[in-house]
Design a protein around this ligand. Structure first.
Ligand SMILES: [Ca+2]
Length: 228
């Protein structure tokens, strides 16, 4: 029989488990609206592509390695719909992100990204010096329909267990990120480049307003002078 002391004990066990569960990567940068011209060539392959140059950057802000297998990135079309042939969906293969490590997932449509570059089925062999020594993946999307919508959309990071962890949304997204999402950042739909947060906890800002660059796949810009 469960008496009061037992229930209290269960509560304590549950609370003690919470920090363990909180060890997830966070979204630190998103390029969902690729700017015109050279500034839009985030992949650095010499071609600006409205879908292919889109990317999502993740960061391990903890002091422990993280296994990324099974984490997913989805948008408004693919969240809860695995069958649709439109929208953005990426599921990480087995890959351990070291403490302080950064991952970039490019859309990759009609792009030629210099290696090492991983895919949904295979992790990159090593960090990529062209992208701030981040670990680079490509969704290797084959259709322009597999992209973010500039006018209104979101990107959602979910855990392997399907918990909605971290989202960035812009414009009029229909639907909006799931209500249970642990953190949702809302940004303007035309930031003229990416949106970036400089630490795991910082607000998402237009990259241009941080350091004048349109984006920085794989790099977390230094925190502004006077910051932490
Ligand atoms: Ca490109």
């Amino acid at each position: 029989m469960l008496n009061h002391a037992t229930l209290l004990g269960l509560a304590i066990v549950f609370a003690a488990g919470a920090p363990e569960d909180a060890r997830h990567p966070v979204i630190t940068e998103v390029l969902f609206n690729v700017p015109k011209g050279d500034a839009g060539d985030a992949t650095g392959d010499g071609v600006r592509h409205s879908a292919g140059d889109e990317f999502v950057e993740l960061f391990n802000g903890t002091t422990a390695p993280m296994e990324l297998a099974g984490y997913t990135l989805t948008n408004r079309l693919t969240t809860g719909d695995q069958e649709t042939t439109r929208g953005v969906r990426f599921r990480f293969p087995k890959f351990t992100l070291p403490p302080g490590g950064v991952v970039v997932v490019f859309n990759g449509c009609e792009s030629d990204i210099e290696g090492p570059v991983g895919t949904a089925s295979k992790a990159p062999k090593e960090a990529n010096s062209l992208f701030g020594d981040a670990y680079v993946f490509t969704m290797d999307n084959r259709s322009r329909n597999r992209a973010f919508s500039n006018g209104g959309d979101f990107v959602l990071l979910s855990s392997p267990r399907g918990e909605a962890l971290d989202a960035v949304t812009w414009g009029r997204s229909d639907p909006e990120p799931p209500e249970e999402t642990v953190r949702v950042a809302t940004v303007r739909s035309n930031p003229k480049g990416s949106v970036q947060r400089v630490t795991a906890e910082s607000p998402m800002e237009a990259h241009l307003s941080i350091d004048g660059r349109a984006c920085s796949p794989g790099e977390l810009p230094p925190t502004p002078t006077g910051g932490e």
